[in-house]
Design a protein. Structure first.
Ligand code: PLP
Length: 380
């Protein structure tokens, strides 16, 4: 049996233990500590924004972002439908209601036309505008942020970017996560870099940064005894996890480059299969990190993503369906939805390919050959 090729495994740089040993030596085996400060500084330099708060998860970052934007019970929040549930769940944590918006085919992300339609219709239906907009840079591909921000500004609704998959992606030369008012990153095990589990919130200024740090540490007021004016959270990143993050920052750039190389190699190897498209940057203003390389295939074929997934699984290759849209999830069955069937169509006619930065060119060739063989057998 061939060795297993995974979708996206953690890829350590080699120096992570140095920061962890440092933490043990000084007994900084606690939430917060010097590694957390260092990790935030390194992220801040990379993102050219010093106001970064390291947190226990990307989901926690999205939750605190919504709180910072004043989202409360009864409010509505517009969210891209084509995403992971973690983009939308924090809306529910706040007792607010998600309103889902379809994608467009160029980036697979939030459709600006459906977004504006949703804003106008929600105002008509409820008498007030949605409180926030959550676009997602899915698989690392930047959303059409110029168009989305223009609409958001027109109706004065703040944007919380879900950049969990997009660390290292740029849009018109600017880093994803720094384009909206707030931006959320994830350092889960399968993302571009890992802290074993973790996330960060990119804040608009020092005051917001301080407030998020306050909320993330149980909202303890500056008093000699424990004193609380508001509800707090235990959402800070541990000093150990942050140590892994410091080590990962040394290899972030090279890992992003490797993901892009893998995408270019797939594009070359799969170029001759008619009816199969490897997802590409729509123009040179978009520069995806290609966290995952994805394909879509001719919808006139009687083929399900599950057929391909199983055929590759039989060769010990892990692939995955694209995200099942949120408006197609039982848990969100009652949420309003705007748009057409772009996301649904992609879900039924696409697939995520193994894309981890530790994969070799031979691994990628093995995957490509398996895909070519599958379509040769099933489309004739
Ligand atoms: C991974 C992910 C998240 C959540 O991040 P965690 O760190 O796992 O909580 C949110 N949104 C998207 C699009 C993701 O892929």
């Amino acid at each position: 049996m061939n060795s297993r090729i995974f979708l996206s495994l953690p890829h350590l740089g080699g120096n992570e233990m140095k920061w962890i040993e440092e933490a043990f030596k000084d007994s900084w085996v606690v939430p917060l500590g010097p590694n957390v400060n260092e990790f935030e500084k390194l992220l801040g330099n990379y993102l050219e924004n010093p106001n970064i708060v390291a947190l226990s998860a990307g989901t926690a970052a999205l939750h605190l972002g919504l709180i910072a934007l004043g989202v409360e019970t009864g409010d509505e929040v517009i969210c891209q439908s084509f995403t992971f549930a973690a983009s939308a769940n924090p809306v529910a944590y706040q007792g607010a209601k998600p309103v889902f918006v379809d994608s467009e085919p160029d980036t697979w992300n939030m459709c600006p036309i459906a977004l504006e339609e949703a804003i106008i219709d929600r105002k008509k239906a409820t008498g007030k505008y949605p409180k926030a907009i959550i676009p997602v840079h899915l698989y690392g591909m930047p959303a059409k942020m110029n168009e989305i921000l223009a609409i958001a500004n027109k109706y004065n609704i703040p944007v919380l970017e879900d950049a969990a998959e997009a660390l290292g992606s740029t849009y018109f030369g600017k880093k994803c996560g720094t384009l909206g008012k707030y931006g959320a990153l994830s350092f889960n095990g399968n993302k571009i870099i890992t802290t074993s589990g973790g996330g960060a919130l990119i804040c608009p200024n020092e005051q917001a940064d301080k407030h998020i740090k306050f909320l993330a540490t149980q909202a303890r007021e500056n008093m000699p005894y424990y004193y609380h004016n508001v509800i707090g959270y235990n959402y800070r990143l541990s000093n150990i996890s942050a140590g892994i993050g410091c080590g990962q920052m040394q290899v972030l750039e090279s890992h992003v480059e490797r993901r892009r190389e893998i995408h270019a190699l797939y594009t070359e190897l799969l170029k001759d299969i008619n009816g199969v498209t490897v997802m590409q940057n729509p123009t040179s203003d978009y520069n995806s990190n290609f966290w995952l390389t994805t394909i879509s295939f001719d919808s006139s074929w009687d083929i399900s993503p599950e057929d391909i997934r199983q055929a590759l699984e039989a060769q010990n290759i892990e692939t995955r369906w694209l995200w099942r849209p949120m408006h197609m999830q039982p848990v969100f069955a009652n949420a309003p939805y705007y748009g057409g069937n772009c996301a649904e169509h992609l879900f039924k006619h696409g697939l995520c390919l193994p894309s981890g930065s530790c994969l070799t060119n031979d691994d990628i060739k093995r995957v490509a050959n398996a895909i070519i063989a599958f379509f040769n057998q099933n489309t004739k």
